[in-house]
Design a binder for this molecule. Structure first.
Ligand code: ATP
Ligand code: MG
Length: 623
């Protein structure tokens, strides 16, 4: 009966561990040698622990109350038969030294096992982190839009750290303890099965209570993790948007939201600790009962001459050894369940399949000419709201096409599809007459230069920011790209020139300057296709003019798709495609669209009126 209960208890922890082991097997196997070595040290320490009470038992049985089974000291040839008292002293000394040697061996082996395991765990976690990071890069924007970055970061740091920590502070001792318990029971049964039965009968009670509480703890801990993730997400959001928070004076509101989350997190944490503490008390009590029972029956057996006093000592010592690990097993169960929860969260990410994957038969795109064709493309971010329907237009090599239309009409979405940040549900996108799904994603993206509104620059030097556009770019290429982007002069005028780190103190660049660095980054690719998503939005007139000039130099001979709100910028383009509510409303040159007197005409007139109204205001102000 005892055995059955024990199995159920272990079953609670093991599936999670097995799942984790399977998921991370490649990383674990890579550290197999280290793990095997620390396993060896572990075995050695368990053996030593088993031997530890033996000198004491022998001292009792051979010296303090010598029984019949004790060896007759006189029969040992190398002892001095004439002086029995000195023999006792010698034997005592030998046993004492043996005790020290055993204890020393155990401590040393425990140390090596822990160090080996810690090393292995650190390396495994580092490998898993690398795998997770690589995986995150491949996950679609859809995933990243949904995931909160704070939550992702918690998984990266906190959860990974917990897994590493648990391998050393819970998994290793748990294995050691289970081994110790099993072997100690074997020895106890060998001596006297009746006496050994007592702790074995007490065990199920322990397991039942630890299992129930352990389950409860796991639930609470999972909730706690979730709360912590939400907390980090709230903090990350507030910090990420600190400019906005301060500008809109949302500080107090954010603080309140954070405090709320914080309180919830605290509550769950305290609950888990309370449950764990209660569990430990229960175990202590069970140990006292078991000890009393063994003493009661053991003394009877000693008096009856069935076992020696030394054996009773051995039993009592083993009992403490058996129950002490068992007491800790409760702790390990908690820790392991926490780590399993953490592991599940990490696995959740790794299990998210990248949506954008190269087809198995995808080929590397050859140098492209720059012909682009959207063929009846329909797309939605989620199933319910169609964003684009039946979009068809084409761009000939070297042609310049502008996408215009009201906000939210789907212009940026069209560009995301071309970059394969998402794949359309219907229709095809062709480059040089071939479906882009036929090509490897990277090989297409490499041949497209992109400048987005408020381009993302990294917090590294200007040189590196430009070089990211073409990873193996040399100094010359970087400067040429900067010249093309009208950025070389202002960069040279900076105190640190190309080494200026973006975003560092004193390196505040204007929106137009940042944008021109982004243009340089696109220019360095010398890509045949150039994509511009409102590159001048939000810039003042001076910056705008400079960015536009930089773009003009860069668009020479390239296929260009420009998304813009400013119809003055796109007036001279070869074709203007008007997007309205996810559909193409009109397309043609500026002149032909004006003649149509349709939606483009309306948009354009509206803008001209607006511009005139502003001019009017300006004239009135300057008198
Ligand atoms: P704007 O001129 O304001 O930049 P846009 O024409 O570029 O607008 P899109 O950004 O393509 O418009 O958005 C089209 C529609 O898709 C909008 O209704 C928007 O709310 C929705 N949308 C955009 N990105 C996502 C996303 N990641 N997930 C879900 N819906 C999105
Ligand atoms: Mg947009």
């Amino acid at each position: 009966m005892g055995k059955a209960k024990k199995k159920v208890a272990l079953r609670e922890v093991i599936p999670g561990l097995v799942g984790l082991t399977r998921a991370f097997w490649p990383q674990i196997r890579a550290r197999g040698h280290l793990i095997a070595l620390s396993g060896l040290a572990l075995l050695c320490s368990v053996g030593a622990r088993l031997l530890e009470p033996w000198p004491l038992k022998l001292i009792f049985d051979w010296i303090i109350v010598p029984t019949d089974s004790a060896p007759a000291l006189e029969s040992i040839s190398w002892l001095n038969a004439a002086d029995p008292l000195s023999n006792v002293g010698l034997l005592l000394a030998i046993l004492a030294v043996t005790f020290i040697v055993i204890a020393g061996t155990r401590v040393m082996c425990e140390y090596f096992a822990a160090v080996g395991m810690a090393l292995a765990a650190t390396r495994i976690v580092t490998d898993i982190r690398a795998r997770m990071f690589g995986h995150l890069q491949r996950l679609s924007l859809r995933f990243h839009h949904k995931a909160k970055s704070g939550d992702l970061i918690t998984r990266f740091t906190y959860d990974m750290e917990r897994i590493r920590d648990t391998a050393v502070t819970a998994l290793l001792p748990l294995v050691a303890n289970i081994l110790t318990i099993v072997l100690m029971f074997a020895v106890m049964f060998w001596f006297n099965w009746q006496l050994a039965l007592i702790p074995l009968i007490v065990m199920p009670f322990f397991y039942m209570s630890s299992m129930r509480t352990g389950n409860k703890i796991q639930g609470v801990v999972r909730e706690h993790r979730k709360r912590d993730g939400a907390l980090a997400a709230t903090a990350a959001e507030a910090i990420g948007a600190i400019k906005l928070v301060q500008a809109l004076n949302l500080g107090a509101l954010q603080e309140k939201a954070f405090a709320n989350q914080n309180k919830k997190s605290l509550k769950q944490g305290a609950k888990a600790q309370r449950l764990a503490a209660a569990l430990e008390r229960k175990v202590e009590f069970i140990l006292a009962i078991a000890t009393a029972l063994v003493l009661w029956r053991g003394v009877q057996l000693v008096l009856a001459g069935t076992i020696t006093p030394g054996t009773l000592i051995l039993f009592i010592t083993y009992l403490k050894f058996v129950f002490r690990p068992m007491r800790q097993v409760a702790k390990y169960v908690t820790k392991l369940s926490r780590a399993t929860a953490s592991g599940e969260r990490v696995m959740e990410i790794l299990d998210t399949a990248p949506e954008i994957k190269d087809r198995p038969d995808a080929i590397s795109a050859p140098p492209i000419r720059g012909q682009i064709q959207f063929d009846n493309v329909s797309f939605s971010y989620d199933e319910n709201t169609p964003i684009l329907s039946k979009i068809s237009f084409s761009v000939a090599p070297g042609e310049r096409v502008a996408l215009v239309g009201s906000s939210g009409s789907g212009k940026s979405t069209i560009i995301s599809l071309l970059l394969r940040l998402y794949d359309p549900q219907e229709g095809r996108i062709l480059i040089d007459g071939r479906d882009i799904l036929d090509f490897k994603v990277d090989s297409i993206r490499q041949q497209i230069g992109v400048v987005l509104q408020e381009s993302l620059l990294f917090a590294v030097s200007i040189r590196d920011n430009i070089a990211y556009g073409g990873l193996d770019a040399d100094e010359n290429a970087i400067e040429n790209a900067a010249r093309l982007a009208n950025a070389h002069t202002f960069i040279n005028n900076l105190e640190n020139g190309y080494d200026t780190v973006i975003g560092e103190r004193g390196a505040t660049l204007s929106g137009g300057q940042l944008q021109r660095i982004a243009i340089a980054r696109a220019a360095i690719r010398e890509a045949p296709i150039m994509i511009l998503d409102e590159p001048t939005l939000g810039l003042d007139n001076v910056n705008r003019r400079e960015v536009n000039a930089a773009l003009e130099q860069n668009m020479q001979g390239k296929s260009v798709i420009l998304v813009t709100h400013d119809l003055m910028d796109s007036r001279n383009f070869d074709r203007i495609v008007v997007i309205d509510n996810g559909r193409i409303a009109e397309q043609g040159t500026h002149e032909s669209l004006m003649k149509l007197r349709g939606s483009y005409h309306a948009l354009y007139s509206n803008q001209v009126n607006q511009n005139e109204a502003e001019l009017e205001k300006h004239r009135a102000l300057t008198g």
